[in-house]
Design a protein around this ligand. Structure first.
Ligand code: FE2
Length: 300
């Protein structure tokens, strides 16, 4: 079965583009790589994915697209067939993409109505070794959603896109993978929307130095710093000027993709955070509200 192999980028529409742009560039420390037709693209410097975030201005904030990678055009075609067979609505069938970076891909609404893209052959960007104490994100790590059908959609990602179950926390959070990283996507209950997008920092020290920069620039942690148990990754969550949650994480566990046995953790404070020394908790994260873009093509 053809499967998705990576998370590529998240496209956002925001009312205050300039504030969001300045945040990602000057505070979060992504590199602005393109500004074209009202779309601003950002890359991480430690990985050659051409871009990991895309912004545009709109009256209402929404998720425009969450893009995933496949290894080949044949996999894109096969995944398209799998999505069609699952009954999901296709926005555009596989074709040569004319957006920044090109490639071959298709768009569809997942069962909750979030617009998704799967592509292959996208132009690669540049990457460099990050220096110690730069404290900037290396690459995109994972995307977490809320879903009114979080169990069913978890199974849909497994059956249709080839994700594999890594762990459950109780019956309220699923963590799924598409390669050897413990999780690339996770689901929580709630109205269909994004919970957060996480970026890998090179190590825990760099995450803490990044946290210092965020705090200095007026973006204090809404939850963290701490260390999760499922995935063993450290975390610190922040909120962008337009209200989207983002995370600096480090040391996400690598697993044996073919043989990992999923676990179910009993929900408890020290499962959510082994350290227990940070501020906040899930209750201090932005309140989930149904994304206004559900089942509405972003058009970009
Ligand atoms: Fe996370």
């Amino acid at each position: 079965m053809s499967r998705v192999t990576e998370v590529r980028y998240v496209g956002y529409a925001v009312p205050d583009l300039e504030a969001e742009r300045a945040f990602y560039r000057d505070v979060w420390k992504l590199k602005e790589v393109q500004d074209e037709d009202g779309l601003v693209y950002f890359a991480t410097q430690g990985h050659d994915e051409l871009y990991v975030a895309r912004l545009r201005q709109a009256d209402e904030r929404r998720i425009d697209v969450v893009a995933l990678a496949a290894d080949s055009n044949e996999d894109v075609d096969a995944l398209h067939e799998q999505v069609v067979a699952s009954g999901c609505k296709i926005i555009s069938a596989p074709h040569e993409l004319d957006q920044f970076g090109g490639g071959y891909g298709f768009r569809f609404f997942n069962p909750d109505g979030i617009e998704m893209e799967i592509s292959a052959g996208v132009e690669r960007g540049s990457a460099r070794e990050l220096e110690e104490r730069e404290a900037i994100p290396e690459k995109i790590s994972h995307v977490v959603f809320h879903s009114p059908q979080h169990k069913e959609i978890t199974q849909w990602f497994i059956d249709t896109l080839g994700f594999r179950l890594s762990d459950w926390i109780g019956d309220f959070m699923s963590l799924i993978r598409c390669n050897s990283a413990h999780h690339r996507i996770a689901f929580l209950p709630g109205p269909a929307c994004l919970n957060h997008v996480a970026y890998d920092m090179p190590n825990v020290d760099e995450m803490m130095r990044g946290l210092k920069r965020l705090r200095r620039d007026g973006f204090d942690t809404v939850w963290g710093p701490g260390r999760h148990t499922a995935g063993e990754n450290t975390f610190s969550y922040f909120v962008t000027p337009n209200g989207f949650a983002v995370e600096y994480t480090a040391e996400l566990e690598e697993v044996d993709d073919d043989n990992w046995e999923p676990r179910t953790f009993k929900p408890a404070p020290d499962i959510m955070d082994q350290w227990g020394t940070g501020v906040g908790g899930p209750q201090t994260m932005p309140r989930p509200e149904a994304d206004p873009g559900l089942f509405k093509p972003a058009g970009v």
